[in-house]
Design a protein around this ligand. Structure first.
Ligand code: ACM
Length: 684
């Protein structure tokens, strides 16, 4: 019986009747646009040959790729009549708009992949390889597929911890397999400069080497750089030849490498190696370049000239994030520049730098890409924004007619915990499970088609502060990058997390067999109990009053006044919009509306010291029947201890009483200050 299923997402859950020639399921990531399958399969065997009809350059890439793939296919000397994999570049491909799309047709005689470009053929090949992963069997029928977004990226931070050439190539292999096409390499940052620049040898014989065996030890220690070859030197860099090798290897996988050279900030390593490029000329003092000094522009342009010589990408990423801008306020050269150029503040001074760098890049036929801070002080005319502090920056850029690439922390920062923190190696914080990555849709419903067209794509960012080994790096990437690939490639209507989860489990087995270290999805713990399902209690829906001057902080409202009595507990991160954040202690009273028997009052707090989130020093629970006179039920003293753990703790009272009003107070330890984050106040 012929089965036609329009939405491949639905199809993938379908189990074929058991038969030696038939695959059990079609398990492709990212899920293709459309699959029309019949029963049965074409089986690739040792006699199967490849025939490629495409321009020479693509033909060579595809031939070599297929020969070294798991199918190890030999190339035919003339067009084979049967038992063949045929790749054909065509001028027109009905039903496929994107240059990267393809149509794969499998019959009893073989497989034909048609596409308008080499990239399209390459993606058809990835689908073929994923289908054939199950006993070399390719399900009969037609797959018509194309990406949702043109830009499908992953960023590797090689500054905080340096991983060499082979590691990068290995990740390129997997990126290609899951149809990602942009590798953004964060080459420069305080923790080490990672690209050879011939004109500035101190960048690699000094600024690429640091004390401290890992980033954390160094950051919490002396934060010093050392000469290359010193006994305690940790770090490294890519030579220009190695960078070219990465570019070439990526090209063979239809991936563009985008280099990032940070400016004006995250540049302590440069301003220490070349102190005259900072406002004070004092090493180890400023992370920002001096924007008033022409020498800064001379340096940056010279660096970019060498970078452009190596990386042929349309985009050069210039960073632009998290500049302090403090030294610019008193630096005579910066002040003179601001006066001369009529710049009203230091944001405009940053914009001056970015705009000037954009002109330079444009003059050399390239475009500028930067983090969303490049919007501050005015966006350079042709710039593309990479939105990381939420989605607002990207949306704002698009509203003003610029392209945007979305990599918001909430969905795309793979340095966050991917499961319950106590089950995971130390991470920077946060909580980004596979399901959350998968849930991301970069295009808001309110967008017009013109705005949607400016949404260039999405990117996962893997910052490496807390990731000291290659194995750990992979652990953070896989399988979350598979979810990102489906966000980037697949039609929204085809997405279904439960069904994707099954495919991801299979993909993890495949990745492990190929030598990748992955998170153990099969044994995922999931979110904190109570974060997804309400915790029944007497306070739900009751009125909460905040004592004067103790209202929650505007950035962490958890939805407002009813957050502490909505039944939902906070999850594994204070940033999940479920925890309420307090800067001046907690003092709330819940009105149960009538005198009620009470056996328990408690609330959870979380601590993660890095961003200044601490446990309370003292908690008081009291009750009242008139809302004026309160009787103290419990006073809990707690010693706050600063550590590297993410911890959760319940503070409360159990006993027997009756009352109408319940008051819950918690105070800060003034030695630490910071935030108190509290979730549901549970009354039973
Ligand atoms: C960033 O995470 N600072 C771009």
């Amino acid at each position: 019986m012929k089965k036609i299923v329009r939405m491949a997402g639905m199809l993938l859950a379908f189990a074929f009747a058991s038969c030696s020639q038939q695959p059990q399921t079609l398990s492709i990531i990212p899920v293709p646009l459309k699959a029309e399958l019949q029963g049965g399969a074409f089986v690739v065997n040792e006699q199967t040959q490849v025939w490629i009809d495409a321009p020479e350059a693509d033909k060579n890439i595809l031939q070599e790729y297929l020969a070294s793939s798991s199918l190890k296919l030999a190339v035919a000397t003339e067009a084979p009549a049967s038992n063949a994999i045929v790749l054909k570049q065509v001028a027109e491909l009905p039903g496929v708009a994107s240059a990267e799309g393809y149509v794969l047709t499998a019959t009893k005689k073989g497989v034909e992949i048609q596409a308008k470009t080499g990239a399209g053929l390459f993606y058809g090949v990835q689908t073929l390889l994923q289908m054939a992963a199950d006993g070399n069997k390719v399900a009969l029928g037609t797959i018509t597929d194309e990406p949702r977004f043109e830009y499908r990226g992953m960023m590797l931070d090689v500054s905080r911890h340096f991983y060499g050439l082979d590691f990068v190539k290995k990740q390129i292999d997997a990126m290609a397999y899951y149809k990602l096409n942009r590798l953004h390499i964060h080459l420069t940052d305080a923790a080490g400069w990672r690209i050879e620049i011939k004109k500035y040898p101190r960048l690699t014989n000094f600024a690429a080497w640091r004390t401290g065996k890992d980033w954390k030890e160094w950051w919490n220690g002396d934060r010093k750089y050392v000469e290359e070859g010193s006994e305690d030197a940790v770090g490294g860099y890519f030579t220009q030849d190695q960078c070219r090798e990465i570019v070439e290897y990526a090209k063979q996988h239809y991936i563009t490498v985008i280099p990032e050279i940070e400016m004006p900030s995250h540049s302590e390593e440069v301003t220490t190696a070349y102190p005259e490029l900072s406002c004070t000329h004092v090493p180890y003092k400023q992370a920002d370049f001096c924007v008033g000094n022409e020498k800064t522009f001379e340096f940056l342009e010279n660096v970019l000239l060498e970078v452009m010589e190596i990386f042929p990408s349309e985009y050069i990423h210039v960073g632009g994030d998290e500049a302090s801008k403090q030294s610019w306020k008193t630096c005579p050269l910066c002040q003179a520049r601001m006066k001369k150029e009529g710049l009203k503040d230091v944001d405009e001074l940053q914009s001056y730098l970015i705009t000037r760098m954009e002109k330079f890049l444009n003059k050399h036929g390239r475009n500028l890409l930067g983090w969303d801070e490049i919007l501050e002080g005015g966006l350079a005319p042709n710039a593309t924004v990479m939105s990381w502090r939420g989605t607002e920056g990207g949306l704002k850029a698009i509203e003003s007619g610029h392209r945007a690439i979305m990599s918001p922390g909430e969905f795309c920062y793979f340095d966050s915990y991917q499961d319950a923190p106590h089950t995971q190696p130390e991470a920077i914080g946060g909580y980004l499970p596979l399901s959350k990555v998968y849930s991301y849709n970069p295009i808001p419903e309110t967008f017009t088609p013109e705005q949607a067209a400016l949404m260039y794509g999405v990117q996962a960012n893997l910052w490496a502060e807390y990731i000291p080994t290659k194995e750990h790096m992979e652990y953070m990437i896989y399988p979350r990058i598979l979810a990102l690939s489906e966000v980037a490639w697949s039609a929204v209507a085809n997405k279904n997390y439960d069904e994707f989860h099954g495919r991801a489990l299979k993909a993890i087995d495949d990745l492990r067999a190929k030598g990748y270290n992955t998170f153990d999805l099969k044994n995922e713990v999931g979110n904190r109990p109570g974060a997804d399902k309400p915790v029944e209690n007497l306070g739900i829906g009751k009125k909460v009053t905040y004592a004067e001057g103790t209202k929650y902080y505007s950035g962490y409202t958890a939805g407002g006044d009813d957050a502490l009595v909505n039944g939902i507990r906070g999850g594994w991160t204070y940033g999940d919009k479920l925890w309420q954040g307090f800067l001046k202690g907690v003092d709330v009273t819940i009105d149960l509306e009538k005198e009620t028997p009470i056996k328990e009052v408690n609330a959870d707090f979380m601590q993660i010291c890095g961003p200044g989130v601490f446990m309370p020093k003292e908690v008081i629970v009291s009750v009242s029947n008139d809302g004026k006179e309160f009787t103290e039920l419990a006073k809990i003293e707690h010693q706050v201890v600063k550590d590297d753990e993410v911890t959760f703790k319940t503070f409360g009272w159990t006993g027997e009483t009756t009352a109408r009003y319940v008051r819950y107070q918690a105070s800060h330890d003034n030695n630490f200050g910071g935030f108190l984050f509290v979730d549901e106040i549970v009354i039973k």
